[in-house]
Design a protein around this ligand. Sequence first.
Ligand SMILES: [Zn+2]
Length: 106
Amino acid sequence: MTTHGPRDQPGDFRRPFVCFTCRKSFKRSAREATRTCPDCGGGATQLHQKFRAPPRESSEKWRVVAFLVAHGFRYQSITDDTGRTLSYPTTMREAEEFVRRHGGRA
Ligand SMILES: [Zn+2]
């Protein structure tokens, strides 16, 4: 059952979810039980608020997102040993290097 109440209930944060099949991002309440893609009905993955979805046609960038999520990176803030916030990679080459170097931080 779904209800369509007011969008801005106190404490009801809307989080980005992605469907890797459709290469689509959509916002859902973090409290909502149903977390499936509205288009294909497949499973959706919740990411951090900082996530910005690449354009649908950027298959490389979506591959990067899927690769990072598979390694535990959901676009949460990651800092290195010096406390510097790391920026997320946008190419597969950078992503592979990023996971090699920072895999333990996810
Ligand atoms: Zn989908």
